[in-house]
Design a protein around this ligand. Structure first.
Ligand code: HEC
Ligand code: HEC
Ligand code: HEC
Ligand code: HEC
Ligand code: HEC
Length: 447
């Protein structure tokens, strides 16, 4: 289990165009302490069962969650499921008046391995959770969101298997287009047939993902237009740098051999030959591809930047209007309060845009941001829900459908740039990046 803590963080996202400039790279928020837990395996939800059996699997839960919007999360009474079929937990634990509620909750719920990162016992989606879902135990992932793609096969697969598998292969989960285009255009990979995409196994490990079963698998591409397999991004330490990024390396006046002189401190006299820091370089580095033990900066940036937004595998950032959402099927089918305009949100507009809940479940705070509006799936997905991801270029700038357009960096420059050049501090750049993932905001000092 300890390995989980060491698991590399792989939020993968960035913008093709910005790869060519430079980056505002946000580190993950500090990781809270790990708590060792014993998790009982959670059986898969059954396709059929009696109503009595389903009720039994909800009984204890309902002693606190005395009411909820759709008991089975489905409006249709034809779907027979108990709470623990989806969430797991212990439905034999009942709360009685006068007992310590938190203690009973701990008996009934599946508990997180990273309680402080989840703000336990608060149940709102934590803001800026980055790759927390990858570090967390699969049993807790299933407890907070049975529709997360790491666990949906068990929670939903009995009835929706083909949809679950298609959702995992979806471009909205893999981001294959961005990784394909960015790696080709930046000289990381030499071909245009895309082979890189994001996918995780149930334990949150980076995983390859195969295309659907085909009549003629050898001709996946030619006859079916299907990519046969997508691999995870390699770890950045292992990838030799492509030639193209030499241009962005520090060159400067004191250009020297970049191979390390192990054991010979200052053998090249570099300490005496100081460069003025932070000034534009007038020469490119003299390093050849893969030399000098250097790593691939573009691959590192693909791993770390967030311009493509967390994909379907992760929670939204849950910190601003427009960013409240869960992961997996629920990213579309569970509506959060994100947008007050009825043209974007339809009937959900009246709930506001601050991620507050309107559930009848008495346990859920109505003042805490980061809850779904209701405990219910819908097919009536508002545009605003799609827009929680589709608001910048790499995942298709769909805001045009709402009548918005991108800033034009030249024609709109007078409105975008401050009259006086600003020099934001590192802290100001960090703060600006938290609400505006577009790295230009720091570069242009729009803080
Ligand atoms: C002792 C009372 C109690 C019992 C019993 C109980 N819950 Fe809860 N549950 C709560 C409270 C209170 C919250 C909300 C905590 C908060 O947000 O402050 C909650 C939150 C949740 C959440 C949201 C968790 C998250 O982090 O997003 C889920 C899911 C949940 N309960 C499912 C269940 C299931 C399933 C059962 C039965 C196995 C169950 N609960 C039994 C009190 C209880
Ligand atoms: C079909 C599977 C399914 C069943 C059955 C189900 N839930 Fe859920 N539940 C979900 C999903 C999916 C979410 C996650 C929504 C999210 O993260 O936005 C959820 C979220 C929750 C939450 C958190 C809500 C919030 O506002 O943060 C609670 C509490 C909860 N469920 C309780 C229950 C209880 C109690 C039952 C049984 C009466 C139950 N669930 C049955 C799928 C289910
Ligand atoms: C026991 C079978 C079963 C399980 C398990 C199940 N579903 Fe469903 N689901 C159904 C059926 C049946 C419908 C169609 C209901 C209808 O036509 O009204 C449905 C419909 C839906 C819909 C469309 C919206 C709606 O309510 O009609 C969504 C979204 C959905 N399910 C998501 C999920 C997710 C996500 C899970 C797992 C967390 C899940 N379901 C688990 C049987 C199931
Ligand atoms: C969790 C984030 C997320 C949500 C929510 C989301 N999308 Fe996407 N979508 C993406 C990403 C990421 C891509 C692929 C971008 C890439 O690889 O460059 C994408 C791609 C697409 C594409 C393909 C575009 C193309 O040119 O191939 C369509 C169409 C689309 N989304 C529609 C929708 C609709 C409709 C909704 C709402 C019902 C929605 N999306 C919700 C993240 C999301
Ligand atoms: C990118 C957004 C998105 C994601 C992610 C998504 N869906 Fe859907 N789903 C939709 C849309 C849009 C519809 C069509 C709604 C309509 O017009 O009836 C739909 C329809 C459905 C239906 C109804 C099908 C029917 O025949 O009417 C089910 C069931 C369903 N989805 C289940 C799931 C499950 C299970 C997952 C996760 C494995 C999932 N969806 C993930 C957007 C999404």
């Amino acid at each position: 289990m300890i390995n989980k803590q060491l698991k590399r963080l792989t939020t993968v996202s960035t913008a093709l165009c910005l790869l060519l400039i430079s980056f505002c790279t946000l580190g993950s928020s500090a990781n809270g302490p790990y708590v060792e837990r014993h998790y009982d395996p959670i059986p898969a939800a059954p396709r059929t069962q009696s109503v009595a059996s389903a009720d039994e699997k909800s009984a204890g839960c309902l002693s606190c969650h005395t009411d909820t919007d759709s008991k089975s999360m489905h409006e249709s009474p034809g779907v027979i499921l108990g709470c623990i079929d989806c969430h797991g937990g212990n439905a034999d634990v009942f709360f009685h008046e006068g007992e310590d509620e938190l203690h009973v909750l701990e008996e009934a719920h599946v508990l997180p391995s990273y309680p402080s990162d989840w703000n336990f016992p608060h149940s709102a989606n934590p803001s800026g959770s980055y790759t927390l879902l990858n570090r967390e135990a699969k049993e807790f992932v299933r407890f907070v969101n049975p529709s997360d793609l790491r666990v949906a096969e068990d929670a939903c697969g009995a009835c929706h298997l083909s949809t679950v598998q298609a959702a995992k292969r979806s471009i909205m989960a893999s981001g294959a287009l961005l990784f394909g285009a960015a790696s080709y255009a930046n000289g990381i990979l030499p071909f245009k047939k895309y082979i890189i995409g994001e996918a995780y196994d149930e334990d949150g490990g980076a995983s390859a993902i195969q295309g659907p079963p085909l009549a003629n698998p050898d001709k996946a591409w030619e006859e079916h237009g299907v990519l046969p397999i997508l691999y995870p991004l390699p770890t950045w330490e292992n990838v030799p740098p492509g030639d193209v990024f030499r241009v962005f390396e520090r060159g400067g006046r004191n250009l020297t051999n970049l191979f390390p002189e192990t054991g010979l401190p200052n053998s090249l006299g570099l300490l005496q030959r100081l460069e003025e820091p932070g000034r534009p370089d007038f020469r490119q580095s003299n390093r050849g591809p893969g030399t000098g033990g250097r790593i691939s900066v573009p691959v590192l940036n693909l791993h770390k930047t967030r311009l493509n937004d967390p994909l379907m595998w992760f929670l939204g950032t849950n910190d601003n209007p427009g960013d409240y959402r869960t992961s997996g099927c629920g990213a579309c089918h569970v509506v959060y309060a994100n947008d007050r305009d009825p043209r974007h949100s339809g009937p959900y507009a009246e709930v506001g845009h601050t991620g507050l809940s309107k559930t009848v479940d008495p346990t859920i705070s109505k003042e805490e941001e980061g809850h779904p509006i209701k405990h219910s799936f819908t097919r009536a997905i508002p545009t605003a829900q799609c827009m929680s991801c589709h608001m910048h270029q790499p995942n298709m700038f769909v805001n045009t459908f709402l009548g918005y357009t991108m800033w034009d960096y030249e024609a709109d420059a007078p409105s975008m740039f401050p009259k006086e050049q600003k020099y934001p501090t590192d802290h100001e750049i960090y703060e600006a990046s938290l609400t505006n993932p577009e790295s230009g905001c720091c570069k242009r000092a729009l803080v």
